[in-house]
Design a binder for this molecule. Structure first.
Ligand code: DOR
Ligand code: ZN
Length: 344
């Protein structure tokens, strides 16, 4: 039985680091394991200009533990007023690696997102021209659409039309939760990819709702039925270069998770790699873990894989169940299964 596993150092292609005290509390957990991460721009207020992205990057770098080797890959939050020249300049300087599309109202801090897609047409055209990828939160917000169908309807109503209108645009359908999304990505040309979170490989909607409501499993897109979870496992463990890790690790204090209307997000940064090793081993795919965590993402983003490595050993991991912040604890995602691999 394999006892150690050495991988090129992983990257996280979808991460929420927040700001201020929360940033200082959560960043060490990502920087300990990941070399780079695509940093989500849904702060309050959102990161919409190149100047704001540069200032946010500097705050992240200032919050890094001494000696940490971690590069934040910045993104801009797409609004109907985003200035294509500002975005193109931020891309040309190497500051930003992607632009993030939130349909207005889809999730945490998405109020400044897009409602009228005609207003972002010049931006999308420019991004296709300059090769700047679009990260998408793939859910429609139409209240008439059932929350469990919002991703599949987004593909039909929003994503497919965008891809037809801008065939050269590189698009990442983020945190996919359905078999429909996995099939759609597989059937598309190579300029479409998908990220998959750790938690969506582990939980289905029963974990959230059966036998009592478990707010710490509530995230968006919400976990779907078991057939979809199994489809995500097949996609992630397949080695197909279009699927790669984006944890969507999204910290909220317990106080904010446990409200009558609690926040969406699972905080997986501390135990993601232990959980993934378990998942890939269960599916007899440990030899394809590195593709998912460390190779497919950089290839899609046109970056070299990391030349350093990380080693996992067959020992149950130890990590805190909660991490402290000045505003109260943040609960670490509970995978509800025994874990046998730790990062050494
Ligand atoms: O569960 C989620 N939490 N999904 C998102 O899309 C946003 C994120 C957050 O920022 O908390
Ligand atoms: Zn997210």
């Amino acid at each position: 039985m394999t006892q150690t596993l050495t991988l090129r150092r992983p990257d996280d292609w979808h991460l929420h680091l927040r700001d201020g005290d929360m940033l200082r509390a959560v960043l060490p957990h990502s920087a300990a394991h990941f070399a780079r991460a695509i940093i989500m721009p849904n702060l309050v207020p959102p990161v919409v200009t190149g100047a704001q992205a540069a200032a946010y990057r500097d705050r992240i770098l200032a919050a890094l533990p001494i000696g940490a080797d971690f590069t934040p890959l910045m993104t801009l939050y797409l609004t109907e007023d985003t200035d294509p020249d500002d975005v193109a300049a931020a891309h040309a300087s190497g500051l930003i690696r992607a632009v993030k599309l939130y349909p207005a109202g889809a999730t945490t801090n998405s109020a400044s997102g897009v409602s009228d897609f005609s207003r972002v047409a010049p931006m999308l055209e420019r991004m296709a021209d300059i090769g700047l990828p679009l990260c998408t939160h793939g859910e429609v917000t139409d209240p008439a659409v059932d929350i469990f169908d919002r991703e599949a309807v987004f593909i039909d109503r929003v994503l497919d039309p965008i891809r037809r209108d801008y065939p050269g645009l590189r698009v990442i359908l983020e945190h996919i939760t359905t078999e429909d999304a996995a099939d759609y990505v597989r059937s598309a040309p190579e300029n479409l990819a998908a990220t998959i979170t750790t938690h969506h490989l582990v939980i289905n909607r029963n974990h959230i709702l059966a036998g009592g409501i478990r707010p710490h499993y509530y995230c968006l897109p919400v976990a779907k039925r078991e057939t979809h979870r199994l489809a995500l496992r097949r996609a992630a463990t397949s080695g197909d270069p279009r699927f790669f890790l984006g944890t969507d690790s999204a910290p909220h204090t317990d106080a904010n998770k446990l409200l009558p209307c609690g926040c969406a997000g699972c905080f997986t940064a501390p135990n993601t790699l232990s959980i993934l090793a378990e998942v890939f081993e269960q599916d007899a795919a440990l030899d394809r873990l590195e593709a998912f965590t460390s190779l497919n993402g950089p290839a899609f983003y046109g970056l070299p894989p990391n030349d350093t490595t990380i080693t996992l050993v067959r020992t149950p991991p130890s990590y805190p169940m909660h991490i402290p912040t000045p505003d109260g604890p943040v609960t670490v995602f509970d995978p509800d299964m025994a874990l046998n691999w730790s990062v050494s």
